[in-house]
Design a protein around this ligand. Structure first.
Ligand SMILES: NC(=O)C1=CN([C@@H]2O[C@H](COP(=O)(O)OP(=O)(O)OC[C@H]3O[C@@H](n4cnc5c(N)ncnc54)[C@H](OP(=O)(O)O)[C@@H]3O)[C@@H](O)[C@H]2O)C=CC1
Ligand SMILES: CCCCCCCCCCCCCCCC(=O)[C@@H](N)CO
Length: 338
């Protein structure tokens, strides 16, 4: 019986690998593409700009501080792969006023052409116990981290729909997948991006525009350094279970997933597991991803009511275990190629 199930699982997984490319979107070519990166003057945003530039993209960096923008431009330009590439800087507060953001992005498109990929990375974090956080900071974080992604997206979506192509990336956080001690102001602003992304993807999928939500762990940036100055010990200890990544490592994963049109983008095994157990009704862009999510949820469910009960396994358990088997095969392959 077990041999039959194992043979079935192997055949099933091989079949999935063969048909999976049929449902994945066609990858976006970054060579010659216009990529706008909000928050591109520092940390993860700057690393994403570098990663796109070394693949031949034209970059618009968006942030507030002009000196930091110019410094970032110089750093990104070192990675040019041809002499046509250009980095343009534009200073605006993405959360202040929609019409200002719209006008800045209109000018950017007049300079470098329509936006092929928008990376919403501008954001800030703040941690502290609920009653210790300045009440105004709840509004501020929602404005920067949520509205600061709505406005640029709103400013480019019409052109993307007319062209029937584009990529929109939202940089959320693992704290946008799981609420944590000390993040009562920050987590909601990152959870909000998921709701926006899932709703928007449903609307624009028919226009061949793909949305990606990135869920990075702690990443070694000036933003993290600033945050760590006042972070409660509890928040620090929990966050560090996921380790601390380097911006270029995070950027490589994020750009790869955005180019592929993958809806979820997570970093490392922890991030992968977190994404699977918090997948909810997020769109899956590959059959194997859906299967792995099912297996993890099955495992999670079954652990709750004991994986192997002494009675005959129900059909659901058999398929759950089969999915689990397939998932472990797939995850093994996935981790092996990492
Ligand atoms: N570092 C980490 O541990 C993690 C970070 N993230 C998220 O990644 C994103 C980047 O974080 P990180 O690289 O650490 O941050 P940094 O502080 O290093 O960089 C933030 C960038 O966003 C810009 N920015 C901030 N506020 C605004 C604004 N209102 N309008 C326009 N630009 C703005 C900053 O430039 P300027 O100040 O000049 O405007 C800067 O370019 C954030 O959304 C963060 O929540 C997610 C998970 C982990
Ligand atoms: C079943 C699988 C479980 C996997 C373990 C996951 C444990 C939760 C880790 C949460 C880390 C939160 C990092 C926030 C980073 C961030 O956004 C700020 N640093 C912003 O600067």
């Amino acid at each position: 019986m077990l041999l039959v199930v194992a043979a079935f699982v192997v055949a099933f997984v091989l079949l999935l690998y063969m048909i999976s490319p049929l449902i994945s979107p066609k990858p976006l070519k970054l060579n010659g593409a216009h990529v706008v990166v909000t928050g591109g003057s520092s940390g993860i945003g700057k690393a994403i700009a570098v990663e796109c530039y070394r693949q031949g993209a034209f970059i618009t960096l968006v942030a507030r501080d002009e000196a930091k923008l110019l410094q970032a431009k110089k750093e990104v330009e070192k990675f040019a792969i041809n002499d046509k590439q250009v980095v343009v800087c534009t200073s605006v507060d993405v959360s202040s006023d929609y019409h200002e953001v719209e006008s800045v992005l209109k000018q950017a498109q007049e300079k470098l052409g329509p936006v092929d990929m928008l990376v919403n990375c501008a954001g800030t974090s703040l941690s502290g116990k609920f009653e210790d956080v300045e009440v105004d900071n709840f509004r501020k974080l929602m404005e920067v981290n949520y509205l600061g992604s709505v406005y640029p997206t709103r400013a480019v979506i019409t052109t993307m729909k007319e062209r029937r192509m584009g990529r929109i990336m939202f940089v959320s956080s693992q704290a946008g997948q799981i609420g944590l001690f000390g993040y009562t102001a920050y987590s909601p602003s990152k959870f909000a991006l998921r709701g926006l992304a899932e709703s928007l993807q449903m609307e624009i999928k028919p226009y061949n525009i793909y949305v990606t939500v990135a869920y990075p762990p702690d990443t070694d940036t000036p933003g993290l350094a600033e945050e760590n100055r006042t972070k409660p010990l509890e928040t620090k200890l929990i966050s560090e279970t996921s380790g601390v990544c380097q911006p270029d490592q995070v950027a490589k994963v994020i750009v790869r997933d955005a180019v592929q049109g993958n809806f979820n983008s997570s970093v490392g095994p922890d991030g992968y597991m977190l994404a699977a157990v918090t997948c909810g009704m997020s769109p899956v862009t590959s059959i194997t991803e859906g299967l792995q999510q099912d297996a993890f949820v099955q495992l999670y469910d079954r652990q709750r009511d004991s994986l192997f009960s002494c009675s005959w396994p129900s059909i659901k358990t058999v398929f759950g275990v089969a999915a689990l088997g397939a998932a472990s095969l797939t995850i093994g392959a996935y981790l092996a190629q990492k």
